[in-house]
Design a binder for this molecule. Structure first.
Ligand code: NAD
Length: 428
């Protein structure tokens, strides 16, 4: 039987969370227990209700700690939030292996975001562009009038450029406003400025301003990290089963597949983002923005490329480097509204968005190295399996100590599946 669910709840957004839960319970046939799960919330329903629309619950993720990270000579504890087993362990392992050569060295650009204003309907592109450039100072001053707080911290609109774009529907002008957003991610700040300067841009060009929004390709806000993994430590990591130089060669073979094949490269970069997104989410930042920036940056050359680079140094040790845009904040957005995000920032001990972005870059590099090392040596599944087996046991209905027992048995048998877990549960 097909149950028809009505999704047109009249003025749902105006109702209290309790009223919404009552409506949802009826519409989706939820049990009291299921409503109880939605109602239980670590961040608090009132906080959640102020963050997005139509709130009926919250969705939690485990927060694990990435350990062993040494970044620019300083130890850092890294809160990571995600649902995927093995990521936290892999990052911690890679960070541990990097410690003998000093851990991660990082750097980053000033936090410059790009705001775009699209202008159409002007008579002459050159005249329009010249008028904007001539009035650059005035436009920048108008943008800065909208955010005196940002300006007081040394940020604000700093410069602009004008681009001409030929499109299927005719010529367009795009003004890029470069805004130093200091410790914010910056989207709201930049969008507000773009809207504020649109009337003057229309006046100067005789055209009309259509889009006024930030670009997520934050290529003026790059974060970088570098680390060296010594061959003797890599050999030890295989318990002597492989020579260190062989591990490095195998990692380089894996890396060069990503350089030359976008099917592999997508997975290579996904592995990087496993680590970065986990810290982005833990700190209440916008992971869609970071993802969009990362993948757009991966193809700025016109070809989709890895965000990391690997080579051997003169000792034959493995050097890894990462560079990507990381637009995140330590203020603004949900960084201060979500209580766990505030705690995550405290654990990290960071004050500025630059420090945070650099740690994220280090985590991305660690994550990628860990995946390449595992793929090049024992294969990825070994590390994944023990937590994965526990998830499978839960799916099969295991509870309490049954979870460990059933998953241990499945790992021993090398047969990890829901059907086997169900059999094991039945036979207990
Ligand atoms: P925000 O407006 O909440 O906070 C930024 C403001 O905080 C600044 O404008 C400034 O006035 C103030 N501030 C105080 N101390 C500061 C400091 N030390 N450094 C910098 N600013 C300081 O947030 P935001 O960072 O402008 O925007 C982030 C939010 O925008 C995120 O929630 C994101 O999801 C959302 N967003 C993203 C996009 C996108 O990525 N395309 C689009 C729209 C909105």
């Amino acid at each position: 039987m097909v149950i028809m669910v009505d999704s047109e709840f009249h003025e749902f957004y105006k109702k209290s969370v309790e009223e919404r839960l009552r409506i949802l319970k009826h519409a989706a046939g939820l049990t009291d227990e299921e409503i109880g799960v939605l109602r239980s919330s670590a961040i608090g329903m009132d906080v959640a209700d102020r963050m997005i629309e139509n709130v009926v619950g919250t969705c939690e993720l485990p927060m694990g700690l990435g350990l062993n990270f040494m970044v620019n000579g300083k130890d850092v504890i890294v809160p990571m939030c995600l649902e995927e087993p093995s990521v936290v362990a892999a990052a911690s392992f890679a960070a541990k292996l990097a410690r003998p050569s000093g851990g991660f060295r990082t750097s980053s650009d000033e936090p410059i975001m790009i705001g775009q204003v699209q202008i159409l309907g002007f008579k002459n592109a050159k005249t329009a562009k010249d008028a904007i450039i001539r009035n650059k100072k005035k436009i920048i001053a108008q943008a800065n009038e909208r955010d005196s707080v940002l300006v007081s911290f040394g940020g604000g609109a700093k410069d602009l450029e004008v681009r001409e774009i030929d499109s299927e529907i005719g010529k367009m002008i795009v003004v890029h406003l470069f805004v130093d957003v200091r410790d914010a991610m910056g989207a709201n700040a930049v969008n507000t400025m773009c809207e504020a300067i649109s009337p003057v841009l229309e006046e100067l060009t005789g055209g009309h301003a259509r889009l006024k929004i930030i670009s997520n390709l934050a290529d003026r806000r790059l974060a970088r990290a570098k680390a060296t993994w010594k061959k003797e430590d890599l050999e030890k990591s295989t318990k002597g089963l492989m020579k260190g130089s062989d591990v490095i060669n195998a990692i380089l073979e894996a890396y060069h597949l990503a350089v030359n094949d976008h099917y592999r490269c997508a997975t290579h970069n996904k592995g990087i983002m496993n680590g970065i997104d986990a810290v982005v989410i833990a700190t209440g930042n916008d992971f869609r923005a970071v993802e969009a920036g990362a993948h757009a940056y991966a193809c700025v050359s016109g070809k989709y490329k890895p965000l990391t680079r690997y080579y051997k140094d003169k000792n034959g040790d493995l050097v890894g480097e990462i560079e990507l845009p990381i637009a995140i904040g330590t203020v603004g957005g949900a960084t201060r509204t979500k209580p766990e995000a505030r705690i995550a920032l405290k654990i990290l001990g960071v004050k500025t968005s630059k420090e945070l972005a650099e740690i994220m870059a280090a985590v991305g590099l660690a994550q990628n190295f860990a995946a390449l090392r595992a793929l090049a040596t024992e294969g990825i599944q070994r590390g994944h399996m023990s937590l994965h087996a526990k998830n499978i046991a839960v799916i099969a209905g295991a509870k309490g100590d049954e979870i460990d027992k059933v998953s241990a048995k499945m790992i021993e048998e090398k047969n990890i599946s829901v059907s086997r877990a169900k059999e094991l549960l039945k036979n207990r």
